[in-house]
Design a binder for this molecule. Structure first.
Ligand SMILES: Cc1cc2nc3c(=O)[nH]c(=O)nc-3n(C[C@H](O)[C@H](O)[C@H](O)COP(=O)(O)OP(=O)(O)OC[C@H]3O[C@@H](n4cnc5c(N)ncnc54)[C@H](O)[C@@H]3O)c2cc1C
Length: 363
């Protein structure tokens, strides 16, 4: 071991990736490591996204560490809080919390060739040295808000799905939702139940399949708990079903893709009776070219009287609402960004300099 370093390994981020990495280092007998987390708790995605209806679209028995099974998931696809509680419990079980420096951001890191070590710049002003730096900062941790002119002038509450403003009362309000991605399709049905109306600004319609979700019953939980082989077989079946369907989406012509398009179109037709709305909600690209989504509630919500889908594009935001590209004004009380995350910044724009000072963001 290099005694000139503060830690052998510095891990940035405490979502699934950071916590999983820390546990595996510990199990490999490497104890000289530190995790740096900008927030005040572990969980990453599942700590930050607390919007109504937030849940996973990978089955719980697969969306969990293989080495930390949980027999008592409450339903097939878990909600954000059950996943967050799971990560917290795994962190505490493995005594990882004591290795985490919370409320501290990685601001940069540079590699010193002479000593073969990294110097890490942290927001508390310290600069620890480490032999390895592992970025586990997440692909979806920085919200993306489009440059729409006038957004700073809007008079009412305006927030992103990842930083949901739970103090904003949405009951009886006129709400504009911008974006129709994975988060919007989950929260729109929830807010539509009590809003006066919801105007959903759509750039492109996603492919959405029915979600085969349901409660997991006590007898099943007991089987998963007392028959580990049964749980393992279940996990393996989920894994292979997901892998095989993904392979189907990689080919231009495949039965799986054709079947998925047929099932998703049928899903639209089953819930949406209005021809114009059906057309708006039918994607203009092949299934699998963008993330396919699962929901049983989205289309029924869009069929409600108090929900409109606007695909005219947004011209600007005013003090009282949105002007679309057809020049029509939409007066609203609240604007919610369902516009996803900055996925084009794999290192989150953090200044990381490798050999010869090369900026790793541009390699
Ligand atoms: C709303 C939502 C729903 C999702 N649903 C699904 C799903 O259904 N199925 C699926 O497979 N995936 C889903 N994902 C993707 C999800 O992000 C990944 O599955 C997984 O949780 C990512 O884990 P991670 O540890 O890589 O990153 P994250 O969970 O994002 O954790 C990254 C951590 O790094 C910290 N961090 C970032 N920058 C810094 C910095 N500079 N300094 C210090 N700390 C920093 C963050 O605070 C965060 O805690 C979803 C994502 C979102 C946002």
């Amino acid at each position: 071991m290099n005694t000139d370093v503060d830690y052998e390994v510095v891990i940035i981020g405490t979502g699934f990736a950071g916590i999983g990495m820390a546990i595996k280092l510990q199990q490999a007998g490497i104890h000289s490591f530190k995790l740096i987390e900008r927030s005040d708790e572990v969980g990453g995605t599942w700590r930050d996204n607390t919007y109504p209806g937030c849940e996973c679209d990978v089955q719980s028995h697969l969306y969990s560490f293989s080495f930390e099974p949980k027999a008592d998931w409450s339903k097939k696809y878990s909600s954000w809080n059950e996943i967050r509680d799971y990560i917290i419990s795994v962190t505490d079980k493995h005594n990882i919390r004591e290795k985490i420096q919370f409320n501290t951001r990685l601001d940069g890191a540079s590699f010193d060739e002479a000593s073969g070590t990294w110097q890490v710049k942290l927001s508390d002003g310290t600069k620890p040295r480490a032999r390895f730096v592992i970025t586990a900062v997440g692909p979806l941790s920085n919200p993306a808000i489009p440059e729409i002119s006038g957004k700073e002038n809007f008079n009412g509450p305006i927030f992103h799905s990842a930083t949901w403003d739970h103090s904003a009362d949405l009951k009886g309000k006129k709400i504009a939702v911008i974006g129709t991605g994975a988060s919007s399709i989950q929260f729109v049905p929830r807010i539509a139940e009590s809003a006066e109306n919801v105007e959903l600004f759509q750039r492109s319609a996603p492919w959405i399949l029915p979600k085969p979700d349901r409660k997991i019953y006590g007898i099943e939980k007991a089987l998963y708990k007392y028959l580990p082989g049964w749980r393992l077989a279940h996990r393996a079946s989920l894994y292979w079903a997901n892998e095989i369907s993904l392979r189907g989406f990689l080919k231009e012509k495949s039965f799986i893709r054709a079947f998925a398009e047929w099932a998703a179109t049928k899903h639209i037709h089953h819930h949406i009776k209005d021809e114009t709305l059906r057309k708006k909600l039918t994607p203009d690209f092949r299934f699998g070219c963008k993330r396919a989504l699962l929901s049983n509630e989205y289309y029924p919500a869009l069929a409600r009287e108090n929900v409109d889908v606007i695909d005219a594009g947004i011209e600007r935001i005013t003090e009282t609402g949105i002007i679309d590209k057809n020049g029509q004004a939409h007066d609203v009380d609240v604007i919610i960004w369902g516009t996803g995350f900055k996925v084009d910044e794999p290192l989150m724009g953090i200044d990381i300099a490798g050999i010869d000072g090369q900026d790793l963001n541009t390699v």
